[in-house]
Design a protein around this ligand. Structure first.
Ligand SMILES: Nc1nc2c(c(=O)[nH]1)N[C@H]1C(S)=C(S)[C@@H](COP(=O)(O)OP(=O)(O)OC[C@H]3O[C@@H](n4cnc5c(=O)[nH]c(N)nc54)[C@H](O)[C@@H]3O)O[C@H]1N2
Ligand SMILES: Nc1nc2c(c(=O)[nH]1)N[C@H]1C(S)=C(S)[C@@H](COP(=O)(O)OP(=O)(O)OC[C@H]3O[C@@H](n4cnc5c(=O)[nH]c(N)nc54)[C@H](O)[C@@H]3O)O[C@H]1N2
Ligand code: SF4
Ligand SMILES: [Mo]
Length: 731
């Protein structure tokens, strides 16, 4: 991790910044400014320093914006932000180039050519909001209000978009979470009754299947992991690829993709057979131990070795080491890890192993930091609309659905099938399903069915590019945001808010004002008759000292939160009221109450897996001038032996065929990837000509990925994709 811009990057960044309109200088006396200034040793170099919250990814690390001549010239970490241990990553430091990206959308744009032709007419906000309001009302009249789908990304204002959807009367809402951690959440809720966070700082043994914490940064986990390892903790990374996390781990288990459940069941087998678990604790706190014991009898290390390609003696040793370190041993919950059609069951197997390790609610184990007493803001009494369809779009499309949100893949199918009802409109806020949902062709087909698509974005993402109207939003450095509670395993919960670091550039708006403008045009103004400041005041009403801390330190993080022993003697929110090793709710639904191993589906060719690099965020930072210099394109990571069989040399231009799409990029030899697996960074090869740095640059992984989803949760199954590779030209 580094906060420093390279010499070249800095020069290029300043060029980019020079294209931006000059913003007036922020005067002194702005709340937060002097406190942020005080946190800076070299404050004389800047006119102003202001607290902000990084938005380059969902971690929302505390940051300080350094302002000179009315421009943000540098972003530094906020030392008070305990969750990231006072650090800002490379992407965080590059946030300035997001603000001054010359490709930003600068005013509302109305499509004038065919969809995807890239012909736009700049229009006024008045016209943009009038058009959006009237088109949404037309669609509501034709298809009911649920005939407008809302897709929302991770943002402090997502709650306002969901509020708008409720007031408007649509429950057809989905978010990026069904492309990310739905199956993880499902499995933990169905085992522990809660979403959990790991206390890595105090852990002695971390088994990390399919997560890459030293590249896919999650705080405090990433920094805690470094610290715990410095203090002697062991890290075993389970991944088909030799990631940076694998490189820094105590050991790397190079698993065959899709076989994690076999490994989990075998580890449980060893621990139960050798009786190296805390029997009184497990018997008192779990449900279904006898059934589990019977279930894993045949799941021997030798059996698992044949499935996973991890030697039996390694499985036995890891099981013993974990058991010895328990309860300060855990299987890292991950977020997306293995995305297959049985993801929830794969993760259930890992949950059960955590249950047997006896780490729930204990130091060095899995925690559920109790929520701070932050208020929900200004309550909404949602109106009732008589014509609301009785069946939701995701009905029967996965075994379990979440009450407030639908899975994107389910919604996409519903739109295409027009079942259980038709859909005509799509409001997309800060998410880019055209590049983050598998099977881009299917998402394009969905869009072709829709009468009106409106995107609220800062740049011309592929999804914005394919829409009918684009409403340009402020970046995080320009906007005021409500408060948000952030959770971190070992540090408990904290609260952040956001104030503008500089006045907004161009004719962009705060999403809250966009929604308010729409509400006013749709007879919904009473649901938005407040300001962001008033909303925040309500949120903080019950949190004594929070406002002062936010102004003085940029974060509210109360000391002395009790994080362990919260569930002792209490019922869990599971069917058995204990840790559900065996899940009776599953049995009633006709699904396996204990996870049953299913050999992964394979197809001819190579399995394509997705993952991350420390210097990019999904698809949203690739056009960032600073990060683009560091990661200028994507390459196909392929094992030299696999490449050799195809006549491919290192650096050759290759064609990757998958899901009826063909993508071109350079091959990169990688001895650390399995021979049957290939990898590329996501977010390149955009359809959008409005992203100069990635348009026609590299390959688009979403186009190659097959349409597949987890059967229980509906989470996208990104790793169920196979491709063939052919050589095009010499390096
Ligand atoms: N720098 C950076 N940090 C980020 C993000 C980012 O975009 N950039 N995004 C954030 C977000 S939203 C999230 S959800 C997290 C994601 O963080 P993680 O949950 O750590 O997910 P990935 O980094 O995508 O890593 C998934 C890994 O699973 C491996 N894998 C594929 N198939 C299998 C399999 O069958 N078994 C096993 N064991 N492994 C498999 C892949 O090779 C890949 O390395 O990262 C967060 N942090
Ligand atoms: N191929 C592939 N697919 C994946 C993943 C992967 O690694 N590879 N990861 C999966 C995971 S874990 C996740 S969480 C999802 C994430 O999927 P998405 O939610 O689609 O996330 P991003 O790709 O970051 O796209 C965010 C969008 O928000 C826009 N944006 C950025 N900042 C702002 C802002 O301040 N305001 C507004 N209004 N818009 C803004 C960006 O321009 C971009 O269009 O993708 C999933 N899908
Ligand atoms: S991890 Fe990096 S990109 Fe994400 S919020 Fe923190 S500093 Fe920003
Ligand atoms: Mo994610």
């Amino acid at each position: 991790m580094s906060c420093a811009h390279s010499h070249i990057s800095r020069r290029r960044f300043l060029q980019a910044a020079g294209l931006a309109a000059a913003a007036p200088l922020i005067g002194p006396g702005v709340p937060g400014a002097s406190a942020a200034q005080a946190a800076d040793k070299n404050s004389q170099q800047y006119d102003e320093s202001r607290f902000t919250v990084c938005d380059m990814c969902f971690n929302r690390c505390g940051a300080i914006a350094r302002i000179r001549g009315g421009k943000v010239v540098q972003l530094d970490p906020n030392p008070h932000f305990t969750k990231s241990r006072g650090m800002l990553c490379g992407r965080g430091a590059a946030g300035v180039a997001q603000l001054y990206d010359p490709d930003r959308i600068k005013q509302p744009l109305l499509r004038v050519g065919e969809r995807g032709e890239g012909k736009w007419k700049p229009i006024s906000w008045n016209e943009a909001l009038d058009t959006t309001a009237s088109r949404l009302m037309e669609i509501a009249a034709k298809y009911t209000r649920c005939g407008v789908v809302f897709s929302v990304g991770a943002d402090m204002q997502t709650q306002f978009v969901k509020r708008f959807a409720k007031a408007f009367g649509s429950w057809s809402v989905c978010s990026q979470e069904s492309l990310c951690l739905y199956s993880m959440n499902r499995s933990y809720l169905d085992t522990f009754g809660e979403n959990v966070l790991p206390d890595i700082k105090n852990c002695r043994y971390v088994l990390m299947p399919g997560s890459n914490r030293f590249e896919s940064l999650v705080f405090p986990d990433t920094s805690d992991l470094m610290e715990a390892m410095q203090n002697g903790a062991k890290l075993a990374v389970v991944d088909p690829r030799y990631t940076h996390s694998a490189a820094l781990a105590t050991e790397w288990l190079q698993i065959k993709p899709g076989t994690d459940m076999a490994l989990a069941l075998a580890l449980i087998h060893v621990i139960l057979k050798e009786q190296i678990y805390d029997a009184p604790w497990v018997e008192a706190n779990t449900f279904g131990l006898a059934e589990l014991q019977a279930h894993v009898v045949t799941c021997t290390p030798e059996w698992a070795a044949a499935e996973t390609d991890i030697p039996a003696e390694v499985i036995v040793r890891v099981a013993r080491e974990m058991a010895a370190a328990a309860p300060r041993a855990l299987v890292y919950p991950g977020r997306r890890t293995s995305d297959y059609t049985d993801s929830t069951q794969i993760r259930r197997a890992w949950c059960i192993l955590n249950g047997i390790l006896g780490n729930f609610d204990r130091e060095g184990g899995l925690l559920v930091p109790p929520a701070l007493k932050m208020g929900a803001g200004i309550p909404l009494e949602a109106p009732f609309y008589e014509d609301t369809p009785r069946q939701k779009l995701d009905k029967d499309r996965s075994t379990f659905t979440f009450p407030d949100e639908m899975a994107f893949c389910s919604v996409r199918d519903a739109v295409l099938e027009e079942k259980p009802h038709s859909v005509g409109g799509w409001v997309v806020f800060k998410t880019n399903p055209l590049q983050t949902a598998p099977d881009q062709a299917k998402t394009l087909a969905m869009i072709a069915r829709l009468e009106f698509v409106v995107a609220i974005d800062i740049s011309m993402s592929d999804t914005a590019f394919m829409s009918d109207l684009i409403l340009p939003a402020h970046t995080y450095l320009e906007r005021q945001d409500p408060c948000q509670m952030l959770s971190g395993g070992s540090v408990g919960n904290c609260v952040v808010w956001r104030e503008p670091a500089v006045p907004p550039l161009y004719d962009t708006r705060n999403p809250f004002d966009i929604l308010k403008g729409l509400a006013e045009r749709m007879d919904l103004e009473k649901y938005f008759d407040f300001t962001v400041e008033e909303f925040r005041a309500k949120q903080l009403e019950t949190l004594e000292g929070a406002e002062q801390a936010l102004r003085e330190k940029g974060v509210y993080h109360p000391e002395g939160q009790k994080l362990t022993g919260l569930y002792e003697g209490k019922n869990l929110k599971t069917s058995s009221k204990k840790i559900d090793l065996w899940n009776s709710r599953y049995e009633k639904k006709g699904i396996d109450p204990l996870p049953v191993y299913r050999r992964p589906h394979t197809e001819p060719g190579l399995r394509l897996v997705a993952g991350r690099t420390a210097l990019l965020t999904q698809t949203s930072s690739q056009n960032n001038a600073l990060l683009h210099e560091l990661v200028p394109t994507n390459t196909l990571h392929i094992h030299p032996d696999a490449a050799g069989k195809l006549g491919i040399s290192d650096g050759d231009l290759v064609e990757v065929h998958g899901n009826d799409s063909v993508q071109r990029l350079k091959a990169e030899f990688n001895y650390g990837i399995r021979e049957d697996t290939v990898y590329m960074h996501s977010g390149f090869g955009s359809l959008s000509s409005g992203l100069s740095n990635v348009y026609r640059n590299g390959a688009n992984i979403a186009a190659l990925m097959h349409d597949a989803a987890d059967e229980i949760s509906g989470n996208a199954a990104h790793h169920e994709s196979f491709v063939t590779v052919t050589k095009v030209g010499k390096a």
